[in-house]
Design a protein around this ligand. Structure first.
Ligand code: DCP
Ligand code: MG
Ligand code: MN
Length: 371
């Protein structure tokens, strides 16, 4: 707002804030959440100072300003600029970083390590692979374009119908639902998130034989083309309460026979069959095994979005409860220093609506959960 803008101009630290904000924006762009947060907090502190902060020492004494940012504040005040920002604006490096972050399984730290080693392009990585390149990252490079193409909603629907048909042959009692952005009604999705359940199940392990069969069939048919995380790759439950061996991640391709008829209209050049072929592209696909007893909590988690999930979890914890993908629990405090020694007492797991009710949140349809 105008009010806020004029307030910033009068702030004695306006110039410092402006430059720190550019750093913050840069770190946000490269997905460095930790530094983005550090800068955001430092900026908030500076904004509240009635006097201009000039030295490293003055800055460091303030809350939420660490040694590194304190040093940068002095550099900004004394030189009216920041060397690190010049580097951050190094466009070739920026572009290379953005490319590397698009590789499946590559985050900021790996991408930066490769940059430091002199890699700049996908071709560089393939020609002389870094020693730490994993098989999954190699797949991510080889299918870079496909895996960075969002999936049109109709194709997700077709992929879903294909999988459901094969699943019903194996076990008509198993239910498959597509969660994630598709359930939120998104016109395109980054991947396909299948939630697999069956009436009467109380543990994900009961569904493992079914999924093993399904994966074998879908692989034999040429539908599944790569495994990124196998069923038993997770040995222990993770911190979010995801049970061991309950998920499968990989890639699939819609079989030619399932693809919508290719347009026969001539293309712009007057050639034949100019309509762009849909399908045939490698897509990311996830399967999650969920027992009926945890279905509601799993639906909430795998529908998202991630920010909506975080806010629900925060709300639960404010009410002395804990929400994860297996259920809503009443916290049980035990042990020395009130350490959490158990998951707590299960309040509700199977019914999505009940979980909203118990949390005291008005029901939100999946397409209303964009945050
Ligand atoms: N999820 C979460 N926190 C994460 C990752 C995922 O809460 N860090 C949950 C919410 C997501 C769901 O899992 O909606 C599926 O994860 P995806 O990464 O597949 O995200 P989306 O399906 O929402 O989006 P996309 O279209 O990019 O796949
Ligand atoms: Mg998804
Ligand atoms: Mn997913």
């Amino acid at each position: 707002t105008l009010e806020k803008g004029s307030g910033e101009d009068q702030n004695p630290n306006a110039r410092t804030i402006e430059i720190l904000q550019s750093m913050c924006d840069y770190y946000s762009r490269v997905n460095d959440h930790w530094r983005t947060t550090a800068y955001r907090k430092a900026i908030n502190t500076l904004r509240r100072q009635p006097i201009k902060i000039r030295t490293e020492e003055e800055a460091y004494r303030l809350p939420n300003i660490g040694a590194r940012i304190a040093a940068k504040i002095e550099e900004i005040v004394s030189t009216n600029a920041l060397r690190r920002l010049d580097y951050a604006r190094d466009e070739p490096l920026d572009a290379a970083l953005a490319i590397f972050l698009g590789i499946y399984g590559v985050g900021t730290s790996i991408a930066n390590r490769w940059l430091a080693k002199g890699y700049r392009t996908l071709e560089d990585l393939m020609a002389n692979p870094p020693s730490d390149l994993t098989p999954n990252q190699r797949l991510g490079i080889e299918h870079y374009e496909d895996l960075n193409t969002r999936i049109p909603r109709e194709e997700v629907t077709q992929l879903g119908a294909y999988v459901k048909r094969e699943a019903a042959v194996l076990d008509p009692g198993v239910e498959l639902l597509i969660g994630g952005s598709y359930r939120r009604g998104s016109p395109t999705s980054g991947d396909i998130d299948f939630i697999v359940t069956k009436k009467g199940t109380t543990s994900a392990a009961e569904l493992v034989p079914f999924l093993e069969d399904l994966i074998r069939v879908l692989t034999d048919k040429g539908f599944l083309v790569a495994t990124l995380a196998a069923l038993h790759s997770t040995r222990r439950p993770d911190r979010n309460g995801e049970p061991a061996g309950s998920k499968w991640h990989g890639c699939c391709v819609l079989p030619e026979t399932e693809r919508p008829a290719v347009s026969t209209e001539p293309d712009e050049n007057g050639g034949e069959g100019g309509g762009r072929k849909t399908g045939g592209i490698w897509r990311r696909i996830d399967f999650l095994l969920v027992p009926e007893t945890e279905y509601g909590a799993a639906l909430i988690y795998f529908t998202g979005n991630d920010i909506f999930n975080r806010s629900l979890r925060l709300l639960a914890s404010k009410k002395g409860m804990r929400l994860n993908q297996r259920g809503l629990y009443k916290e049980v405090m035990r042990g020395p220093g009130r350490l959490k020694t158990t998951e707590g007492e299960l309040v509700e797991g199977r019914d999505e609506r009940r979980i909203f009710e118990i949390l005291g949140v008005k029901w939100r349809e999946p397409w209303e959960r964009w945050c």
